[in-house]
Design a protein around this ligand. Structure first.
Ligand code: SF4
Length: 395
């Protein structure tokens, strides 16, 4: 008589192999589905790529340190996108950084997730309407978990990672875990360009961002800068620099009480050279300001044409340090002699003033933007520049 197959589907499944294994002495058995095992491994080995740019980055670092110790949950920080699962964006992202962040995100293998840590990464926070900051990282890459705060503490980041683990688990079970955003809140915090999740987000904008990321990186490739400046000579033991006497010798009126003396452009380089000979060897800073027509250092003045004022500070090094400061005036577009041949530090400082204010430094070997993206239009620290100017395709 042939035996009938057992068609009772309510009976627990018993594999003959289990029965055999159970009889082996000292062996215990646990069963799990392959998918559960993979999900367990995935969620307990989330490696973080730290996109840390400012204060929130310090909290991210603290999360990996001994007190919170993210490593406990299998989360380690890897400074390489190719081995990372989670990008933690911690800090303000500027228009210049955004293409680089997008490129790094694209270099991370799938599956990958993003955590926006802190108000700046979430929405730009108090910089959100500023010319240089993007209004939230979710206008560039998709965000899975938001960790609010300014800054969020390490425990908050850990909580964010636990929420991400739950999302990954749920997603593998086919459960949709994304909460519907509060439409009112979404309206209040609406960024200047649509987020990736917004209905009005266009393919063109996403493509423009990706193209820009490639273009900017290509333009960055440049020959290494040849630095040629005077070799340093030993300092004499004692300095007695007479800055006022030097100004008088150069015919500069130093009697003004409105600020540092104004040195004619034609004598400016010579003054810096003579000061360096006197021991003022540290180029502390150059700061330019833009004055629209009718406005000057004394306030409203109809006779004032539009111009720049560029203030310089040099200092002697060592004990009893002294400071020399002066100003040059230049019309818009008028070249100002670079001090790079005298001070190597003038290189990036003059570039910064060119980038943000628009002063042209004649003879500078590499006068290109420093802070802003290469395709940025205008100079954002000029007084006539709108602070919330758009910078497509990033803000
Ligand atoms: S959210 Fe606050 S703490 Fe974090 S980067 Fe912005 S300003 Fe700094």
């Amino acid at each position: 008589m042939s035996s009938k197959p057992n068609l009772d589907t309510t009976a627990p499944f018993e594999h003959p192999l289990y029965k055999t294994l159970e009889k082996l002495p000292g062996l215990s058995l646990g069963t799990a589905s392959i998918d559960d095992l993979l999900a367990w491994g995935l969620t307990n080995s989330l490696w973080v790529f730290p996109m840390a740019t400012s204060c929130c980055g310090i909290e991210l670092m603290a999360s990996a340190a001994s007190r919170v110790d993210l490593d406990r949950m299998g989360t380690i920080v890897r400074a390489t996108p190719r081995q990372a699962d989670v990008m933690v964006v911690a800090g303000t992202i500027t228009v210049k950084m955004a293409p680089r962040v997008l490129k790094l995100w694209e270099q991370m293998p799938e599956p990958k997730w993003c955590i926006a840590m802190g108000s700046c990464a979430i929405s730009g926070d108090f910089y959100r309407n500023l010319y240089s900051v993007i209004p939230g990282i979710d206008t560039v890459i998709p965000v899975d978990v938001y960790v609010p705060g300014c800054p969020p503490n390490p425990e908050a980041l850990m909580h964010g990672l636990l929420r991400l683990q739950e999302k990954v688990h749920a997603a593998r079970r086919g459960v949709k875990v994304v909460r519907d955003p509060n439409p009112e809140l979404m309206a209040i915090t609406k960024p200047s360009i649509p987020r990736l999740c917004d209905a009005e987000r266009t393919e063109e904008l996403t493509r423009a961002q990706a193209d820009d990321a490639m273009r900017v990186t290509e333009e960055q490739t440049s020959e290494p800068l040849e630095v040629a400046y005077a070799p340093s000579t030993p300092l004499p033991p004692v300095f007695a620099p007479d800055f006022a006497g030097l100004l008088r010798e150069l015919g500069v009126d130093a009697s003004s009480t409105e600020g540092p003396p104004i040195v004619p452009l034609a004598r400016h380089y010579e003054l810096a050279r003579r000061l360096k000979d006197l021991g003022y060897r540290q180029y502390v800073s150059v700061v330019a300001s833009h004055w629209p027509a009718g406005l000057g250092r004394k306030g409203k003045d109809d006779t004032e044409p539009e111009h720049y004022e560029i203030a310089y500070i040099l200092r002697t090094v060592g004990r009893g340090s002294r400071v020399a400061t002066w100003v040059v005036r230049a019309a818009i577009g008028e070249p100002v002699p670079t001090l790079f041949p005298l001070f190597a530090g003038a290189d990036w400082q003059e570039r910064e003033q060119y980038d943000l204010v628009g002063v042209r430094f004649a003879g500078h070997p590499d006068l290109r933007r420093l802070m802003m993206a290469e395709n940025y239009v205008g100079h954002p620290l000029r007084r006539d520049f709108p602070s919330d100017a758009p910078a497509a395709p990033w803000r």
